[in-house]
Design a protein around this ligand. Structure first.
Ligand code: BGC
Ligand code: CA
Length: 430
């Protein structure tokens, strides 16, 4: 309500100023024209030409992974911000493999010569999730080729090692060979359709443990939300390491209590990029300002924390393993990244309004890490951001709240389903 009033007041002030200026010049015709420009003054730019950043869920075909180039190049100021999923997947897989090698003397809990692991899958249609499943299978040698890649489908259970979707891998440590087996994997989707669902993961480990607990030596999870649910409900008490992804605060804090490790996807860099790109486009400056090139305030990113892929119009943050060795450096995931923590000058980068949505208000990573970071950067970048929280299930729950795009100068979008870019761009094109 308060916001509405302010907006109304703003619109009135604009209208009056323009109107008065036009009055002085006399003719009827000019007055008409001034009326038009007073409407336009709320937002001079057509919605279809306003800066747009997709983040966290890359516009792509959820079955083939193929990028949705139409959505990614909606207008000249459209980009995607995420992280390098393949590199991160390799980091996660390698972290697990190294843990197994280091703890080989005690890791095989039932002594059957097989290192058994279970895998919590976030969303079978999400590039990040697919990449992480593939990364773990690839590094542990359990992947089976499918087309040009490794099969990323869930297997259900595979206690006997007969699955066609995965195979047994082998690992040789200190001259001795061990088998590695994916015992079970499942997409953690709840009854109402929400993916990456932590509660579902907690239930799944209960089911798995009740039938083959002594075979489970390691747990891999596509993210920390599901990983922590598994850790708290089973793996902590049973001293079985769980490896997640995201470096959320609670997961990092659990490492000294036995959580195996996690991966930082540099959310501090991603949240900055999400808003910085909009800022640059709104200011009409080089898109690389404060990114690859230092801005006047001193903000700049070095090439070891992100890459830019021109063809894909995508910025990707790079990932780092967070383990017992270095977890203390990652104790606060909501802290802004120091090299890009300088306030922009309001005279050069005046306040602008941004519409931004989070696909699911109960997503652990976006809620506990990404959004707090966005909220820190929006101040530094002089952006007034309206945060819209989705229910994680239906796109319309979010698009319904994009009823008046003309009130905003720029948009940052986190889709429920990566195929749904057009649900948003069609609103902006109207
Ligand atoms: C994160 C997950 C999160 C997902 C939401 C991923 O990048 O790692 O934790 O649930 O994004 O889209
Ligand atoms: Ca075993």
């Amino acid at each position: 309500m308060k916001k509405r009033n302010t907006l109304l007041a703003l619109a009135l002030t604009f209208g009056m100023t323009v109107g008065l200026a036009a009055c002085g010049s006399g003719s009827e015709k000019k007055n008409d024209a001034s009326k038009e420009s007073s409407d336009a003054a709320v937002s001079k730019v057509a919605n279809k030409d306003k800066p747009l950043v997709w983040f966290n869920r890359q516009p792509s075909n959820s079955s083939t992974g193929e990028l949705d180039k139409t959505a990614l190049s909606f207008n000249k100021d459209t980009y995607y911000v995420g992280f390098d999923a393949a590199q991160g997947a390799e980091v996660q897989g390698t972290m697990i493999k190294e843990y197994i090698e280091k703890n080989i003397d005690k890791i095989d809990r039932n002594g059957d010569g097989i290192i058994g692991y279970v895998l919590a899958i976030g969303d079978v249609g999400h590039n990040d999730s697919i990449a992480r499943t593939i990364g773990v299978r690839k590094v542990l040698g359990t992947g089976v080729e499918k087309g040009k890649s490794i099969n990323s489908e869930p297997i259900g259970t595979n206690i006997d090692g007969k699955s066609k979707i995965v195979k047994d891998g082998t690992i040789k440590v200190k001259g001795k060979s061990y088998k590695i087996r994916e015992l079970a994997s499942q997409e953690m989707k709840n009854n109402s359709g929400a993916t990456w669902d932590a509660a579902t993961a907690g239930n799944a480990i209960g089911t798995w443990a009740s039938s083959f607990a002594d075979q489970i030596d390691v747990i891999a999870s596509n993210n920390d939300g599901m990983g922590m649910s598994i850790f708290n409900s089973w793996s902590k008490d049973n001293k079985v390491p769980t490896f997640g992804y995201d470096a959320n605060n609670d997961a990092v804090a659990a490492i000294p209590e036995g959580y195996g490790g996690t991966v930082s996807q540099h959310a501090d860099v991603q949240a900055y990029l999400t808003l910085r790109i909009l800022r640059n486009a709104l200011d009409g400056v080089d898109i690389d300002t404060g990114i690859g090139k230092k801005d006047d305030a001193g903000n700049v990113l070095s090439s070891d924390v992100y890459t830019y892929n021109k063809d894909q119009r995508s910025y990707y943050a790079l990932n780092v393993a967070v383990t017992a060795q270095n977890y203390k450096d990652f104790s606060d995931s909501t802290k802004v990244y120091e090299p890009v923590s300088y306030q922009l000058d309001k005279t050069k980068s005046p306040e602008k309004k941004v519409w931004l949505n989070i696909y699911n208000s109960s997503d652990n990573f976006l809620g506990s890490t990404y959004q707090p970071l966005l909220q820190a950067y929006d101040d530094l970048l002089n952006l007034k951001v309206e945060y819209i929280a989705g229910d994680g299930q239906t796109e319309s729950n979010i698009t319904n709240r994009l009823g008046n795009p003309s009130e905003y100068d720029a948009f940052a979008i986190n889709m429920v389903k990566t195929d749904n870019g057009a649900s948003y761009t069609s609103i902006l094109s109207q």
